[in-house]
Design a protein. Structure first.
Length: 323
């Protein structure tokens, strides 16, 4: 790992940290040490640190909250394009290499990366999540497939029933299945651990769903990047409800469940962090940096929401329980 100099100050006192004066006083941003990193997804690791994908920097970045220091580990192959990550059932960090056509695995205790080639060439993997079967499941956006990888690295692929669906985000549902979005197909999909696929059409055309997560109400919640909406679907697929965002052209992208039992999402074009309650009430928080392009979010070990800013090249924090 290439680490920053030792002896860094606490995160709130770190030089370069910016607050949201005049916009939202509960948001703070922290510039990344490497320019042009292009951070995408972010997760909280078992050791209390935050890890994020540096898509343009071809690294996995780490923010240690106790010391406020950034560090990173370079991927073995150039131009791999790490995009989405998750913590596996083994406690390791698993991630998709969108350009490298691989699934990566970082053993956190050893800072050791292993990579597994996806059988289908140029599949452009995106979302990845741990399934109820102890495996990792991922979406192959260009190959029109859902992939499954075991902890030992064996990959199985399942082709979607209809062509050009462009699967993107994927998440485990409370029903024991995996749920995914079809960006071009304009559908929400469900796949069982045995590989049986069911698809559900969205009410509005060209919504371009981008990401999905399980909500606190037993439903699945998803973003519509072109439809400018947040959607909710029941696990039987029979009930779909959509909520329009207050501002046009916001382009909601990643969505995650927060510790406050609300759903949080990044507005890529709107440069805002959004929150929607299970009842559908939406609140938006602008980022301090204009055109920051927020993407991934995660609930941090400190009880706050942390997010990436792709164009702003920062990691942001929004306080859920401000003093």
């Amino acid at each position: 790992m290439d680490r920053r100099p030792a002896g860094a100050t606490l995160l709130e006192d770190r030089p370069g940290a910016g607050s949201a004066a005049g916009k939202n006083k509960f948001i703070t941003e922290y510039p990344l040490p490497n320019p042009g990193s292009g951070p995408h997804d972010i997760v909280a690791a078992p050791d209390g640190s935050l890890w994020f994908c540096e898509f343009d920097g071809n690294r996995l970045g780490r923010l240690q909250l106790e010391t406020g220091t950034f560090s990173g580990i370079n991927l073995p192959h150039p131009h791999s394009g790490p995009r989405v990550m998750t913590i596996g059932p083994d406690g390791d960090l698993w991630f998709t290499e969108n350009l490298g056509n691989r699934i990566g695995r970082l053993q956190l205790e050893r800072d050791l990366i292993r990579e597994y080639d996806i059988p289908t060439r140029n599949s452009k993997p995106r979302g990845i999540k741990a399934g109820p079967d102890g495996n990792l499941w991922f979406a192959e956006s260009a190959a029109n497939q859902i992939g499954r990888i075991t902890p030992t690295g064996t990959i199985t692929e399942f082709r979607l029933p209809r062509p050009n669906a462009n699967p993107r985000g994927i998440a485990a549902g409370p029903d024991g299945n995996l749920w995914f979005v079809e960006g071009f197909g304009n559908r929400i999909g469900r796949i069982t651990p045995s590989g049986e696929i069911t698809e559900f059409d969205l009410p509005y055309p060209n919504s371009a769903p981008a990401d999905i997560t399980a909500g606190p109400d037993g439903n699945m919640w998803f973003t519509e990047i072109a439809g400018n909406r947040i959607g909710r679907i029941s696990t039987d697929g029979e009930t779909i409800k959509e909520f329009n965002l207050p501002n046009p052209f916001s382009q909601p992208i990643f969505i995650k469940l927060g510790p406050d039992k609300n759903l949080w999402f990044g507005e890529f074009r709107g440069s805002r962090i959004g929150r929607i309650t299970p009842e559908g009430k939406i609140t938006e928080f602008p980022t301090p940096t204009d055109n920051s392009q927020p993407r991934g979010l995660t609930a941090g070990p400190d009880g706050n929401i942390w997010f990436t800013e792709q164009r702003g090249n920062r990691i942001g924090r929004i306080l859920l329980k401000p003093a």
